[in-house]
Design a binder for this molecule. Structure first.
Ligand code: C2E
Ligand code: MG
Ligand code: MG
Length: 768
């Protein structure tokens, strides 16, 4: 619902209230006025009636007095006694009397009440009336009114020397009396009432409605009292109403005009109140546009309010601006990697979800995800320190950014980057881009005196055919990247289903090996090592196999590389070492002479400073002597972190354990390091032995290794001897120890025992 503005609400309320108040006042005053007018009219009417009553009373008194005087006139006595006098004098006298009064009847009666003289029209039967009796007997003047004829009769005794001789009766028309002597306004009527009915009335119209008042006789109207006459005076209702209507309508008219005027004034006031408030509102709500509350010109509290608004608005605006800046900064930091300035993994997740929500991203190869992992970053970071590592990441990020314009590049964490290529037009185009990235990553990075070879492996996956959700796509990109890395690194691989299966197998193997350790499914085989000159056994190499309950015997080449990627290899290595040591101790206890057992160590094991302690524990636990044990380690594992590996190897050597370098000749072969390594034997890699029959270079390498070993005072042993020719060649080159299928495959313990038993037993075979 739309809200009314403050202005209109104020105007409507104030003027509405004023109009209501005015209306209430008008109605109240009109009511009071009407009541007052009514009262006044009635008082006026009472006044009128009262004045009529007094006038009538006075007139009757005058008539009584006149009649009494007439009765005292000597002509009346004459009239009583002399008939001629009645004819000569009385008519004149009566006429004379008639002039000043409204005489309607006249009679002279004798003492018996018989009329002796009558004038005018009619006289009622009066002779028996109590008033006449009283007048004749008591000699007093009597009065009475006759309802039928509407006349007032005055009976005065006619006396002669204090004795009543007769009486005089004078009749007066009451209606005439009233109309002539009572006061009354033009429209008013007057009625004279007797208990027996209306005696006389003036200007009375029975069809009209009147407002009337009645006055009973009072103390100052004794005659009217004597006659029992009440006076009624009235005004027509219509006249009364007309006055009332005119007065009230004028009043109401004026009131309405006043009400309207007041409402208008009130509306003006409402507007006056609302205006500065609305002005404040307008300016505050438009504060964003830079407009501020300038003074309103009211010079009062509103003015201070405007200033307060001004200050508060400015403060709020400043705070808001700061908050917006902070929010932008936080947003940037939350979405970007601080080191490279690239969008981060969180940003990637957001962006990816956003892309998937876009309509139409469903066709083939709509989106390519490229997982980029640096191949040698860890080595650089660990050996040259984190500041160098950070610079390498920044350089790599910059180089890739230049190449990947139009695509979205993210730092996914550590040395991993993620490239999002939307709608790659053609696979070949994408492949060109991938090649370029690989090339760029292959470019050396100059850092101080170091020229760093970083390289990167890339895994590519496509939406939607390789997965419909982020997790699946990332996992598949990771699998492809891993494949690239596993096949030497420094190139890209595009994900396919086969990779997924391989990855799955890897996972299954990893979990399986863990279980195999727990369930003792791992068994140790021993490959004899032979002295070529005496054909005697000098020792054996412990090589692990997995007796899988369903898949049968699994060779270490399948699961060792997988185990090497996690700490699993540490547990596995410990397991094999414990088993080999236990077996050695057992064989020696049984009086056999198995020589020295060689146990392979993985990179993670020799990087662990706790290794000597673990070996010590195993030796003590199994009862195997240190000199019965040799540990084999490849150059590659040592070179991963020589600073950590060498002290560990030294301690092992100090414990009396022999140390051999496995697969010698295939790794770094850093002679400088070799001198510092506490090794006792070099194991010539089987690749040189295998090819020695055909390749003179390999023969040369074997020669060099033999010379090196002799120079450094190290023992030598060749691996992978399969043919008698190889055996002869080694003997010729000065390598007198070997292991290989020519002598024996790796054997389970029981078979090694049989192998041992089959050998002739010379005195010098045993070490212990
Ligand atoms: P390695 O230490 O170089 O072991 C020698 C490998 O050469 C063994 O393979 C052995 O069976 C094989 N071999 C021996 N003589 C000949 C031969 O005349 N011709 C040919 N073609 N091969 C021969 P295996 O047993 O399959 O072991 C493979 C690798 O697995 C080992 O290479 C070693 O690096 C690793 N490994 C085996 N057991 C362990 C272990 O307990 N711990 C660790 N860390 N690695 C192990
Ligand atoms: Mg070995
Ligand atoms: Mg080897």
């Amino acid at each position: 619902m739309r809200r009314h503005s403050l202005k209109w609400r104020l105007i409507l309320r104030v003027s509405g209230l004023v109009a209501l108040a005015m209306t209430v006042v008008t109605l109240t005053v009109a009511y009071v006025m009407r009541h007052e007018l009514d009262n006044q009219s009635r008082a006026m009417l009472d006044e009128l009636a009262r004045s009529s009553q007094i006038q009538l009373e006075n007139r009757i008194a005058y008539l009584v007095e006149s009649t009494r005087r007439l009765a005292d006139n000597p002509f009346m006595i004459n009239g009583l006694v002399d008939s001629q006098a009645r004819i000569d004098d009385l008519p004149k006298l009566i006429d004379n009397f008639h002039e000043g009064t409204s005489l309607s009847a006249f009679a002279l009666l004798d003492f018996d009440g018989k009329p002796v003289f009558q004038a005018h029209d009619w006289l009622p039967r009066f002779n028996q009336s109590p008033e006449l009796r009283a007048a004749l007997a008591l000699g007093v003047t009597a009065l009475y009114s006759d309802v039928e004829s509407g006349q007032l009769f005055i009976i005065a005794p006619v006396s002669y020397y204090q004795t009543t001789q007769g009486a005089l009766v004078a009749g007066f028309d009451l209606a005439k009396l009233a109309s002539r002597h009572a006061s009354r306004s033009a429209q008013a009527y007057l009625r004279i009432l007797h208990p027996q009915g209306v005696v006389a009335q003036v200007s009375y119209d029975a069809n009209q409605t009147f407002i009337s008042t009645r006055l009973a006789p009072a103390a100052d109207t004794p005659y009217l009292g004597q006659l029992g006459l009440t006076l009624e005076s009235g005004l027509p209702q219509s006249q009364f109403d007309a006055v009332m209507t005119v007065t009230l309508s004028r009043f109401i008219g004026i009131s309405v005009i006043l009400t309207l005027a007041s409402a208008m004034i009130a509306a003006g006031m409402g507007q006056g109140i609302a205006r500065p408030i609305l002005e404040l509102h307008r300016r505050v709500s438009r504060a964003d546009d830079g407009e501020r509350c300038s003074p309103l010109g009211t010079d009062d509290e509103l003015e201070s309010l405007a200033e307060a608004f001004d200050q508060r608005t400015s403060a709020l605006e400043a705070a808001r601006f700061q908050l917006v800046q902070q929010r932008d900064q936080f947003e940037y930091e939350a979405n970007h990697d601080a080191l490279t300035g690239l969008p981060n993994r969180y940003n990637f997740d957001q962006r990816f979800a956003e892309l998937l929500r876009q309509p139409g991203v469903t066709g083939r190869q709509q989106l390519a995800l490229v997982y980029i992992d640096l191949d040698r970053f860890k080595l650089i970071n660990d050996s040259l320190g984190h500041p160098v590592g950070d610079s390498v990441l920044q350089t790599v990020a910059q180089r890739m950014q230049l190449l990947t314009q139009g695509c979205e590049l993210f730092r996914h964490g550590g040395d991993e980057f993620m490239l999002m290529v939307t709608a790659p037009a053609q696979l070949t185009q994408l492949e060109v881009l991938l090649e370029r990235i690989v090339d760029t990553l292959r470019q050396p990075i100059l850092m101080g005196e170091h020229n760093l070879d970083v390289r990167g492996s890339l895994g590519v996956t496509f939406y939607p055919q390789d997965g419909h959700d982020r997790e699946t796509l990332l996992r598949n990109a990771d699998i492809a990247m891993y494949q690239a890395k596993n096949t030497g690194g420094g190139h890209y691989r595009i994900f396919d289903e086969e990779m997924s299966r391989v990855a799955y197998d890897r996972m299954a193997i990893e979990a399986g090996v863990r279980r195999a350790i727990e369930r003792s499914e791992l068994v140790v085989y021993y490959q004899p090592q032979i002295d070529l000159r005496s054909s005697q056994l000098t020792g054996s190499e412990a090589l692990v196999r997995w007796h899988h309950p369903e898949r049968g015997l699994i060779m270490p080449g399948v699961f060792i590389p997988i185990a090497e990627e996690s700490r699993l290899i540490v547990d596995l290595g410990e397991y094999v070492m414990r088993e080999a040591c236990r077996q050695q101790a057992q064989w020696y206890r049984e009086g056999r002479a198995p020589g020295r057992v060689s146990v392979n160590l993985a990179g993670r094991q020799i990087q662990d400073p706790g290794l000597p302690g673990i070996v010590e524990g195993i030796l003590a636990e199994t009862g195997c002597r240190a000199e019965w044990l040799e540990l084999e380690v490849t150059e590659g594992f040592i070179m991963q972190d020589p600073a950590r590996a060498i002290p560990t190897l030294k301690r092992l050597r100090e414990m009396g354990i022999s140390l051999a370098i496995d697969d010698f000749g295939t790794g770094y072969s850093s002679l400088a390091y070799l001198k510092r390594l506490p090794v006792t034997r070099l194991k010539i890699d089987q690749s040189f032995v295998r090819n020695s029959a055909l390749n003179p270079d390999d023969v040369a390498i074997i020669e060099v290794i033999v010379a090196l070993g002799n120079n450094l005072g190290l023992d030598l042993i060749a691996e992978g001897v399969e043919t008698p020719h190889q055996r002869e060649l080694l003997l010729k080159l000065g390598c007198f120890a070997a292991q290989g299928f020519l002598f024996s495959r790796p054997l389970p313990p029981k078979e090694l025992e049989a192998f041992l038993d089959a050998l002739p037993a010379p005195q010098d075979r045993a070490l212990g």
